[in-house]
Design a protein around this ligand. Sequence first.
Ligand SMILES: C[S@@+](CC[C@H](N)C(=O)[O-])C[C@H]1O[C@@H](n2cnc3c(N)ncnc32)[C@H](O)[C@@H]1O
Length: 267
Amino acid sequence: MRFYVVTVLPEIFGSFTATGLVGKAIAKGLVGVDPITPRDFTTDKHRTVDDTPYGGGSGMLMMPQPIVHAMEEAEAREQPRSGTRPLRILLSAQGDRFDQAMARELSSHAALTLVCGRYEGVDERAVARVDREISLGDYVLMGGEVGAMVIVEAVSRLLPGVLGNASSIVEESHASGLLEGPQYTRPAEFRGDKVPDVLISGHHAVVARWRRREALRRTLLRRPDLLTHAPLDASDRKLLAELERELAAAKLLGPVGPATLAPDDEG
Ligand SMILES: C[S@@+](CC[C@H](N)C(=O)[O-])C[C@H]1O[C@@H](n2cnc3c(N)ncnc32)[C@H](O)[C@@H]1O
């Protein structure tokens, strides 16, 4: 899969594409990250990509022409590779909120063009030429580059061969609609805190049941909203009912929803 990143700061992607699992995926030819700078499509000697907003106002806006040209350059590069037009995505605080389901949907495309805004944003005529706008969350970043990296990571790790252990995709948070439960590695005891006995019992079925219960517990406490859509079977619902009683008795779950741990309860 190929990611074309339209950015005025292509150097940001240097170590990102050279290291970690993204670097390995690129080295294996599973993923490509191709920064394209709109400055290459300017016509003046200063390679200007921004200008003041019509009607006044603070800051500068990215001009439409260099961005649209850069998106078209991505399409020209992708044509001989997959024969498809990359989905045009603008990173924007006003877009649809990025989540795991969206990452999964995007991973079905052969290529994406991720347009990173900077300054006060992007001229609306460039915005009108993207297929979708995606937001990382309800806050404002300085530019879209970090968002583009988030999308590259979240999407790439869903592609076959990118992660060493394919089952981690199945078991992790959000994959099954639940948060993942607590996990432990060596040592078996750290500053008096022991790894739960069940995890060293060697009984796979018991471990699996414990993990499911802890995933349900954590989701109930931290993100009960996820339970509305999570695919739960009859045994999950039974576990959930048990957990609700248990947590309510420990006053961790109020009558109208889960309470947070009071500082005194944190041990
Ligand atoms: C300073 S922001 C511009 C914010 C813009 N004036 C607004 O009110 O929506 C510059 C660029 O950062 C990126 N950006 C900022 N916040 C973002 C978010 N929450 N998600 C994705 N991209 C974001 C966008 O590409 C945006 O064009």
